[in-house]
Design a protein around this ligand. Structure first.
Ligand code: 4UU
Length: 531
């Protein structure tokens, strides 16, 4: 059967993303859009809207044209939205880059996305320069780099804001033009650029309204990174579109987080499981007045139910809320609404409007299943991505001819229409909500001269956090140690991708076609955990 949303359909929103988010902003005028959670500096809606116009004008003067890809490589800050919406307003596609990227990872994304422009911050300049050098050596130099807080030889945000010309008027087609190009490995392989049109993102915000719509003036805390689709949507696009106030923190530190909640009387927390863990367990939490918090929404990775209950008790909330999404789905399909009096415990929520869900059998038949039955989750709706940039075969492998996106997640729907996510059939590892692509780590491992073969899967640590584990075949006669393997990887990838366990094996199980049999490795781990 096909599960449909119980909410009335919403029409497609054919607006560029900056307009969908910021045109209501004119009405919010002097209300506070953004607060720097460290310094207390505030940005009003009027100032944000004006900054976006100036940044667009400045970028156009620098040479940015419609369809250019601009890479945004910055931690969360109150300047981030001006850069992001400003680039969009100038007609560019924004590819958001993890702020933890190494030079190689940044160069990889810049090259793959055909980015011509980079917007970054001065502390990231050494990484940005090293990446730019790698690109130049490959014959694909960047056209320009903006350093938001200023650096010798680069335009700054202040320079862009000082532009005197008119903002450009690019003819954006919201149905076809790509607003954002975030990277995701999807169900298999290496990270790929996910083409999200203005329409799919703007419509997804309108779809989400039925279940999650912060009130005007509501204060939400933005510590999840804006470069990930979860933070970008739930902590920038949706709250700003609704006239909320976003308190911005550059990174998670429990004490700073609690202080910001107390100081700014934060009402809405939007987080991933590791923050729930800290809030539930850490003694420091008791030193702060967190009584302003009205709800906590957690998503991006599985949430342990005992942990959720402990956190809810500590924050004096009836229960925590969960949402479910995926980069390839712009990203939201399910949310538990803050106003829902009795969500099914442990569920990730109900379908947003104009969205269909199928649960298909895992026995190879692909048969449609009914309530209570576990299978792979398939989604169809206006939020399904346009495709992977430059990779039609990878696109065809996840979006079928009828437009269903195969999520690679396993779940079931209860009798009341609430979804439960219970497992994954895809390769993807989620370390604390961050994506780790096994194929990427395997490629790094195979670069080591003493490694003959390698496979990576996710395993749970003592806290239940999923961690990358490598199965390594040594080149005979070498004394390679687990520590050396871990260090080798750590030197080449962002910290959240580190291999956190290493096991030496005689052979990696592979199919006749040479594909790694991850299921066998997983079964081996499960046997051991059960033993
Ligand atoms: C178990 O994680 C995301 C997007 C999450 C999101 C965004 C806005 C959730 C609600 C919202 O409002 O995207 P990706 O692409 O990084 O990872 C997607 C994968 C899913 O396929 C699933 O395996 O992350 C996992 N996932 C979850 N798993 C996402 N949410 C959950 C969840 N429980 N609640």
């Amino acid at each position: 059967m096909v599960f449909r949303s119980e909410f009335p359909d919403v029409p497609d929103v054919d607006l560029p993303i900056h307009e969908a988010v910021l045109s209501p902003a004119a009405g919010y005028g002097d209300r506070t859009a953004l607060i720097d959670g460290l310094t207390g500096e505030r940005v009003s809606y009027a100032r944000l809207a004006a900054s976006v116009e100036r940044v667009a004008a400045g970028l156009a003067e620098a040479g940015v044209r419609k369809g250019d890809v601009v890479a945004l490589f910055s931690p969360n800050s109150i300047a981030y939205p001006a850069a992001y919406y400003g680039a969009s307003r100038a007609g560019a596609t924004v590819t958001t880059v993890s702020s933890l990227s190494t030079p190689g990872e940044l160069a990889g994304q810049l090259g793959d996305s055909d980015a011509r422009w980079l917007i970054t911050v001065s502390p990231f300049l050494p990484t940005a320069r090293a990446a730019a050098d790698l690109l130049a050596a490959a014959g694909r130099p960047l056209t320009g780099t903006v350093v938001l807080d200023g650096a010798e030889g680069h335009p700054s945000l202040a320079d862009l804001l000082a532009a005197t010309g008119p903002a450009p008027e690019p003819a954006v087609d919201p149905r076809e033009d790509i607003a954002v190009l975030p990277y995701s490995s999807g169900t298999t392989g290496l990270p790929k650029g996910v083409m999200l049109t203005h329409r799919s993102i703007a419509t997804n915000l309108a779809q989400t309204d039925a279940l999650y719509r912060p009130a005007v003036g509501e204060r939400v805390l933005a510590v999840l990174p804006f470069f990930h689709i979860y933070g970008l949507t739930a902590l920038l696009n949706q709250p700003l579109r609704c006239g909320a106030t976003v308190v911005v923190l550059p990174r998670f530190d429990l004490e700073t987080f609690c202080r910001a909640v107390e100081q700014h009387r934060v009402q809405g927390l939007v987080v991933a499981p590791p923050i729930v863990l800290a809030l539930a367990r850490h003694p420091l939490v008791d030193r702060f007045d967190l009584s302003s918090v009205e709800y906590l929404l957690c998503a991006a990775a599985p949430l342990d139910q005992e942990l959720a209950a402990a956190c809810a008790r500590r924050l004096n909330l009836p229960h925590l809320l969960q949402g479910y999404g995926m980069t390839e789905l712009s990203p939201v399909t399910h949310v538990v609404s803050p106003t829902d009096p009795a969500p099914s415990p442990g569920s990730v929520g109900r379908l947003v409007p104009s969205t269909e869900l199928r649960v298909t059998a895992l026995d190879g038949s692909g048969d449609d299943l009914g309530p209570g039955e576990r299978g792979e989750l398939l989604i169809r709706g206006p939020q399904v991505m346009k495709g992977y940039f430059g990779r039609p075969c990878d696109t065809a492998a996840v979006v079928d001819a009828e437009g269903w996106l195969h999520t690679g997640d396993i779940g079931y729907v209860d009798e009341r229409g609430y979804l439960f996510v219970v497992d994954r059939v895809k390769e993807l590892i989620k370390y604390k909500g961050y994506q780790v692509a096994p194929a990427e780590l395997e490629a790094v491992l195979l670069g080591h001269p003493w490694i003959a073969d390698a496979a990576v899967i996710g395993v749970a640590d003592a806290d239940g956090t999923e961690c990358p584990k490598a199965f390594v075949v040594r080149v005979p006669g070498t004394g390679l140690t687990g520590e050396e393997v871990a260090d080798y990887v750590a030197g080449r990838v962002a910290p959240y991708k580190k291999v956190r366990a290493v096991e030496f094996v005689d052979a990696v199980p592979r199919s006749a076609a040479g594909k790694i049999l991850r299921r066998e490795l997983r079964a081996r781990e499960a046997d051991r955990a059960g033993a």
